[in-house]
Design a protein. Structure first.
Length: 164
């Protein structure tokens, strides 16, 4: 016959607030458990490859950026006929081998900034190449109205309130 031993409230409290077993979940079920057996993480660690026809369209758009102008990743995608695919442009440029006829340095982010970390060699190289083409940086940014390509259409406010 088993004997029951009475525990003090201090012992009970310590046991209930202690750490759980490794891997045990005290809250709602994990996503894998909610979805069902076999649910896997959809992101893989291997780099994605881009379709050759899309790559050709993106690289043609980058080659068409005139000297002394810059283009955002999103605008390159638009020119290539791939609207809302700015990340694909970045992936394509990252995976493309170095080439002398590809002006990759003319592609910047939507804020008018170089996407490489400030102070890195790649940042310095891109900025040097752009400044050599006459592009001016103010506070680490390029004026997209002045140097952006293709030229942005004037907004209705600009058309209505133009002081000329």
């Amino acid at each position: 016959m088993a004997t029951s031993r009475k525990r003090s409230s201090r012992q009970v409290k310590r046991r209930s607030s202690g750490p759980t077993k490794k891997g045990a979940r005290s809250g709602p079920a994990s996503k894998r458990q909610r979805v069902g057996k076999g649910a896997r993480n959809t992101r893989s660690s291997r780099p994605r490859t881009v379709d050759a026809s899309l790559t050709a369209r993106i690289l043609a758009a980058v080659r068409s950026i005139p000297r002394g102008k810059v283009c955002t990743y999103g605008n390159v995608a638009d020119v290539a006929g791939l609207p809302r695919r700015a990340r694909l442009v970045g992936t394509t440029l990252r995976q493309t081998p170095a080439s002398r006829d590809l002006p990759w340095y003319r592609v910047i982010n939507a804020g008018g900034r170089i996407s490489f970390p400030v102070g890195s060699d790649a940042y310095a190289r891109q900025r040097r190449k752009l400044e050599a083409e006459g592009i001016v940086f103010l506070g680490g940014r390029v004026d997209l109205k002045r140097y952006g390509w293709p030229a942005l259409p004037e907004t209705l406010d600009e058309l209505l309130w133009k002081l000329s």
